[in-house]
Ligand binder design. Structure first.
Ligand SMILES: Nc1ncnc2c1ncn2[C@@H]1O[C@H](COP(=O)(O)OP(=O)(O)OP(=O)(O)O)[C@@H](O)[C@H]1O
Ligand SMILES: [Mg+2]
Length: 385
């Protein structure tokens, strides 16, 4: 495994306790998240990567597909000082854990967990999935088991939902609608209560689906009501954690216009929400080979003349090979120039932060990055732009 001690990402992984990778679809958020956690482990830290929607092959390589929502140790070999775990987030398992934590007693806990409405609601309640991801983050942070937690997120729009989930929950619990909902549920009994409840539902107070078992719903709400203060308190903690100095956001993008626009949007939105961007990762960048064909011409010719694989060919073919290499180099230089131009604005934005934040450039690899070695190559090749 490549484990150069000198990577530019070291500052990022050692200065924060939580890193959250955001960006548009397919830019490399999951790869970056796993590479950051790996880098932290290579620096002797205890890290965990939490993925919301891991690419199947990466999930397999890290071993996390076997146990949803349970941390599994990633095998990094004996030379690695620190440790890395990986966790594939599952909202249902986390929801159950939250219920266990907040229920007043074991009777209430069992009543909720067994309630058919809970089983449906915990899957389909609007915002529950997002909120639970934040709950999981808080649980891991408060466990004290990790020096660094890296949270991967789904593509952009959902990622913002994720970060706003604690606010949404707090707003609901504190809103008139939220209080009315709880009061109504408490005072309801019999047909009239159910009638009133269905009216509330029709007015959009809840967005439950498939809820044709109002009796279960009522008992669910009555049991759940006791847990609201706990929810409120924890949502407040998550909200503060997301804005604390321990938490940094990493905006991942590629040198392409659409993903850059998303990165600018994230930069602006996170600032507006009071969250700290700690770095940009410009991924899949074409990097100049720093190759001067005129200076290299004699070397190229001699290599092509002497290389055993080319010895079979006559001088005309060898000359064509040299020409081809020069042509490919020209193409790479062109792409590298285009990428450098495309990344100009993000560098300006990064410098405009107080204090300025780094832009890390990661080359576009031709090799597969779906294993620990690939992630290590990814981390080790990041350079400051
Ligand atoms: N620097 C790179 N060079 C080459 N391939 C890369 C690089 N970074 C990531 N990839 C590949 O690009 C694909 C998408 O990466 P990844 O799954 O990390 O993106 P994502 O942003 O998490 O996607 P999604 O939005 O779908 O969750 C993967 O196959 C990954 O191996
Ligand atoms: Mg992903």
């Amino acid at each position: 495994m490549t484990t150069d001690s000198n990577t530019e990402l070291d500052e990022l992984v050692t200065n924060q306790k939580i890193l959250i990778c955001v960006g548009s679809g397919g830019v490399g958020k999951t790869t970056t998240s796993a590479a950051l956690a790996l880098r932290a482990a290579q620096r002797g830290l205890r890290s965990i990567v939490v993925t919301v929607d891991p690419a199947r092959r990466l999930a397999n390589a890290l071993g996390m597909h076997k146990m949803p929502d349970r941390a599994v140790s990633v095998d990094l070999g004996e030379d690695t000082e620190g440790s890395m775990q990986a966790l594939m987030f599952d909202a249902q398992v986390t929801f159950d854990e939250v219920v266990r934590k907040h229920a007043k007693n074991s009777k209430e806990r069992d009543q909720i967990l067994k309630n058919p409405f809970y089983k449906t609601a915990s899957k389909s309640l609007s915002g529950a999935h997002e909120y639970m991801a934040m709950e999981r983050l808080l649980m891991l942070h408060e466990s004290g088991q990790y020096d660094l937690i890296v949270l991967d997120t789904p593509p952009s729009i959902h990622a913002l939902d994720l970060l706003r989930a604690p606010d949404k929950l707090l707003n609901f619990l504190e809103s008139t609608a939220g209080r009315t909902f709880i009061r109504a549920a408490k005072s309801m009994s019999g047909g009239l209560g159910l009638f009133r409840l269905s009216g509330l539902m029709a007015r959009g107070v809840s967005r439950f689906v498939g809820s044709n078992f109002f009796g279960d719903l009522l008992s669910f709400i009555q049991n759940f009501e006791g847990m609201y203060p706990g929810f409120r308190e924890r949502a407040g903690r998550v909200k503060r954690l997301l804005r604390s100095k321990d938490t940094g956001f990493v905006v991942v993008h590629a040198p392409e216009e659409a993903t850059l626009r998303e990165a600018y949007r994230f930069d602006a939105e996170l600032k507006k929400e009071g969250m700290n961007v700690k770095g940009f990762v410009a991924n899949k960048v074409h990097v100049s080979a720093q190759f001067d064909p005129d200076k290299a011409q004699p070397t190229l010719e001699s290599i092509s003349l002497e290389h055993p694989a080319l010895a079979l060919y006559d001088s005309k073919v060898r000359k064509r090979i040299v020409k081809k290499i020069k042509g490919l180099n020209q193409q790479l230089e062109f792409l590298a120039e285009q990428d450098a131009l495309a990344l100009h604005e993000i560098s300006t934005r990064a410098k405009a932060h107080t204090p300025p934040v780094p832009v890390y450039l990661v080359p576009h690899f031709t090799q597969d990055l779906h294993d620990v070695d690939g992630l290590s190559r990814f981390a080790c090749s990041a350079t400051l732009g």
